[in-house]
Design a protein around this ligand. Structure first.
Ligand code: GLU
Length: 277
């Protein structure tokens, strides 16, 4: 089977060294296996996405010497998220509408997970008309397990950490579709990785927990199961994760100041941060 990897940036901020490392990582794995490296713009967040950044990202990747095939941006796929939700996941009540606000959830939640408070299930058995507007759609983890007993103890493989058993309860009944009709990260990324034929999902270790719920959603939705490789995160000199919010220059700043992108890519392959990061 051909190896297909992807880099999936969100155009709500400039790319930084950590993104460059992640893109090079995915690119090199695909190229060394004569596979395909995909670029997918993850612009589901209509308020925070800035369309001009997508072009900037393409110039940044080109400057680093990467070659890719681009697949459609998430903003063009809203109909497919909707279809997947209504035609596949809604079957048998595996999702449910919810009216709770963030404040209500924060007040009622007993546990917290990687995305914040775990939904306490307030609307799970409420009688809400599915056609009602302004509802959020959530996965019903418990009901999905009852309907498909085989999805208990699902395994997935991280190339570094080895075999894992999916633990969807880490997240609970996560949001799949928001009140404004936009999909959540978990829904969009899970469906798109399947549709785009991604065989190896590479991303930073900070997203390791998300793969537990993605593996569960794949099983509920009857999607193919890829492998994962959660890579190390580049750390700054104080040992903290390099983040968008940090004041280090963006890739675009570096490119426009005349820095050599190919040399930078070589340093990152050796996990070396350039001087003056
Ligand atoms: N769009 C996500 C981000 O920019 C990437 C998610 C992923 O690789 O699964 O953080």
């Amino acid at each position: 089977m051909q190896t297909v990897t992807r880099f999936a940036p969100s155009p709500n901020g400039h790319l930084h060294l950590g993104h460059a490392y992640s893109a090079i990582f995915a690119h090199d794995i695909a190229k060394s296996a004569s596979g395909r490296f995909l670029l997918r713009i993850e612009d589901i967040d209509r308020e925070r996405s800035r369309p001009e950044l997508s072009d900037e990202f393409r110039r940044d990747l080109e400057w680093l010497g990467l070659e890719w095939d681009e697949v459609p941006a998430q903003s063009t796929r809203f109909a497919s998220y909707n279809r997947f939700l209504t035609e596949v996941l809604r079957e048998g009540g595996r999702i449910y509408p919810c009216r709770c606000t963030r404040t209500e959830i924060a007040a009622a939640a007993k546990k917290s997970g990687p995305d914040g408070p775990i939904y306490p299930g307030t609307c799970r058995n409420a009688d809400i008309d599915p056609l009602e507007e302004n509802v959020t759609w959530r996965i019903n983890v418990e009901r999905s397990r009852q309907l498909q007993p085989e999805i208990v103890d699902l395994s997935w493989t991280d190339e570094v950490e080895g075999e894992q058993i999916a633990d969807p309860d880490l997240f609970g009944d996560v949001v799949l579709m928001r009140k404004d009709g936009s999909p959540s990260y978990h829904l969009a990324v899970t469906l798109d990785d399947a549709v785009d034929g991604v065989t190896l999902i590479t991303r930073g270790k900070d997203l390791f927990p998300a793969s537990h719920i993605h593996r569960f959603l794949q099983a509920v939705g009857g999607l193919p199961v890829p492998r994962w490789h959660h890579h190390e995160l580049l750390l700054d000199e104080t040992g903290k994760k390099l983040a968008k919010s940090r004041n280090s220059p963006s890739l675009a700043d570096r490119r426009l100041s005349g820095e050599n992108g190919l040399m930078l890519a070589e340093q990152l392959r050796l996990q070396q941060l350039p001087v003056g990061t």
